[in-house]
Design a protein around this ligand. Sequence first.
Ligand code: SAH
Length: 250
Amino acid sequence: MNEPGLGNISIVLVNTSHPGNIGASARAMKNMGLSKLVLVRPKEFPSGVATGRAASAVDLLEQARVVDSLGAAIADSGLVIGASARSRRIPWPLLTPEQCARQALTEVTGNRVALVFGREDTGLSNEELRLCHYHVRIPANPGYSSLNLAAAVLVVCYELHKAALPEAGGEAAAAEREWDREMATSEDVERFYEHLERVLVAVDFHDPKNPRQLMHRIRRLFGRTRIDVMEMNILRGMLTHIENNLTDRD
Ligand code: SAH
């Protein structure tokens, strides 16, 4: 792809019901210079309807990765942004499509970025939205703000395309976040949350029977920063030492 960084950004479609939406999303992506499509348990794929709607973007369908869970789709990503039309009980960092594009381009150096879109009927579950660092909402008519899935993909990809153009400073955005280490992937961070929860239970800080949104808030806290691999090793090392000391005392 000619725009800097767009090749490292995937579009993830979760549990899509209508194959036509998969095809139309692939077309929208290719129009805007994106190429990596990931499908999480699509209802019907491959499909003639998807191929028809993709027009000259069938290559994206042929190369699409089909996976079993959102966790698998984003395992190698360091930045995950979920598209949602609704607001949630515990607010999550929210971006406009322009901010989303800027954030993605800024972080795409040394990171894989995933943009996640939900089901046509129910969108993304709270559980799925929790796996995202940010949410992006396309401002729309408050009385009817839910766009067709492929239309939402088009708006988000259009902003990425515009932001990546040289005259919009696409390369400058990519250079903004130079870092000496690679970022931890989503899979590493998930393992860290599991480890942290185990230790918090062991030291009686956290009662899984009365969770009070603790792990949800901790996710939001750590999600506000991107942890690199070295920092992740330090955090995991600290937890292991706490665990070892607890066992030594038993
Ligand atoms: N009825 C669903 C909306 C599903 S639309 C709901 O209430 O959540 C299918 C997908 O398109 C959504 O999951 C979301 O990823 C995307 N989408 C639709 N409208 C959007 C908007 N205004 N802002 C951001 N994403 C949107």
